[in-house]
Design a protein around this ligand. Structure first.
Ligand SMILES: C[S@@+](CC[C@H](N)C(=O)[O-])C[C@H]1O[C@@H](n2cnc3c(N)ncnc32)[C@H](O)[C@@H]1O
Length: 277
């Protein structure tokens, strides 16, 4: 989970000590407790603009998909945006809690054709019927080992028809090193406050993000919980090598939301890869 791009109002501050070091036993795994609040936290994320950007990248490749697999779909925000635009879309995610929210929205909005699969990308197994896979919002940074990212690429390839495209983003090492996850909204008078602290280890290239949340319930009581998230930085060359080793050709790498080449200060990259025929 990242607010590197979409939360312009976030304060990058570590001034208010929470004593998280003493809270080690209290951390829930990532995307569990936070799932019911994820969409509120992401309410300023421009998902529509992201899907506009994916469609722009598709036009640049002169490629028109019909069956899309949204990998690491979370609560389905990208999935439903694609469905609204007329694509046939399925989503898959590792977190049962995130998928529960996605499925509740599917029922509420009547998207009966959208299917959700509770699967790990590293071992993903679906019939090869999709002609585009997307994986957005630094979801692949959550895969912490090169071998496991390689396995995810290989398994995603097996779910796609030959020649299909795969569009995904990744937070850069520049972004993780700058600890842009260290942010809070404690300055706001909100029913949902958060305070996140990240620490990037330059040896493992893993960022550990300790997240504190406090939610004011309708009855006035406060619910507090902690989650710990881990994101790994990869280099563009590492990712290209892993793609090449798993039947993908990297067509393009962009500085996110532009059609420019990545720079040393790019916070996020977008990859466009094609499954070999
Ligand atoms: C930051 S959220 C992004 C969710 C969604 N793509 C969005 O744009 O809102 C990252 C998602 O990646 C999922 N995830 C992390 N590791 C995964 C894995 N190995 N396989 C499948 N999903 C995974 C998490 O459960 C979480 O829902």
């Amino acid at each position: 989970m990242s607010s590197v791009v979409p939360l312009p109002c976030a304060l990058y501050s570590a001034k208010i000590p929470l004593g998280m070091e003493q809270q080690e036993g209290k951390f829930h795994p990532q995307f569990t407790e936070v799932a019911p609040y994820y969409d509120r936290l992401m309410s300023t994320v421009p998902y529509g603009m992201w899907v506009d950007y994916v469609e722009l990248l598709l036009r640049l490749e002169d490629y028109r998909p019909t069956r899309i697999l949204d990998c690491a779909c979370g609560t389905g925000n990208v999935t439903f945006e694609l469905a609204r635009r007329g694509y046939s879309v399925d989503g898959t995610d590792l977190s049962r809690d995130m998928l529960d929210v996605a499925e509740q929205k599917r029922e509420k909005w009547g998207w009966r054709d959208v299917r959700f699969f509770h699967q790990d990308l590293r071992t993903l197994s679906l019939p090869p019927e999709y002609d585009l896979a997307v994986c957005l919002y630094d979801s692949l940074n959550y895969i912490l080992k090169s071998e496991e990212l390689k396995s995810a690429f290989a398994h995603i390839a097996q779910c796609l028809l030959p020649g299909s495209l795969f569009i995904f983003d990744l937070n850069s090492e520049f972004a993780l090193e700058a600890e842009l996850f260290t942010q809070n909204n404690l300055w706001r008078n909100s029913d949902l406050t958060y305070d996140w602290r990240s620490r990037f280890d330059p040896i493992t290239r893993i960022s550990r993000v300790e997240m504190y949340f406090k939610i004011r319930q309708p009855d006035g009581a406060a619910k507090e919980f902690y989650e710990v998230h881990y994101e790994r930085a990869y280099t563009i060359d590492e990712v290209k090598d892993l793609l090449a080793a798993t039947g993908w050709q990297t067509l393009r790498v962009y500085d996110a939301y532009t059609t420019n080449h990545p720079s040393a200060r790019s916070e996020r990259w977008f990859f466009v890869a094609q499954r070999e025929t």
